[in-house]
Design a protein around this ligand. Structure first.
Ligand code: SF4
Length: 131
């Protein structure tokens, strides 16, 4: 994903600063901004995430934030069948044949196994479901 609005939790910032070999304070100053009360990854002039490189993709793939790892298992898609149907329309990674029940079950399993469940909604993305 390349759009802005990517929430960076303290754990995300720890992972990203380690990848970039800088301390968390420097990472926060250089690459984040406060928006809607949460720390988000800065965007470039094109409105995309500052780590999005056209024709290449994510420059921080190995440490990308939880919200980037969680797609398509966002809370909306897991709790709302209509949201999932809409997502099927634009995301080729979602099988058009998957039932909402199966999608939700697979999503919760994936998020749990990859430690992508939210635990603190004050600093984590609203799109992540809570543990
Ligand atoms: S961190 Fe990577 S995957 Fe996430 S929005 Fe930025 S470029 Fe996309």
């Amino acid at each position: 994903m390349g759009r802005g609005g990517i929430v960076a939790s303290p754990r995300d910032i720890s992972n990203l600063s380690a990848l970039l070999l800088i301390d968390e304070e420097e990472f926060t100053v250089r690459y984040t901004e406060l928006s809607g009360g949460k720390t988000q990854i800065r965007t470039g002039d094109d409105g995309n995430c500052i780590f999005f490189v056209r024709d290449i993709g994510c420059a921080v793939h190995r440490a990308k934030p939880a919200v980037c790892r969680a797609w398509p298992f966002f809370r909306g898609n897991i709790v709302d069948p209509e949201s999932l149907e809409q997502a099927k329309g634009f995301c080729p990674g979602i099988s058009p044949f998957v039932s909402h029940a199966d999608f939700a079950m697979q999503g919760r399993k994936y998020l749990s196994e990859h430690k992508l469940l939210a635990s603190d909604p004050t600093c984590e993305a609203n799109t992540l479901i809570l543990s």
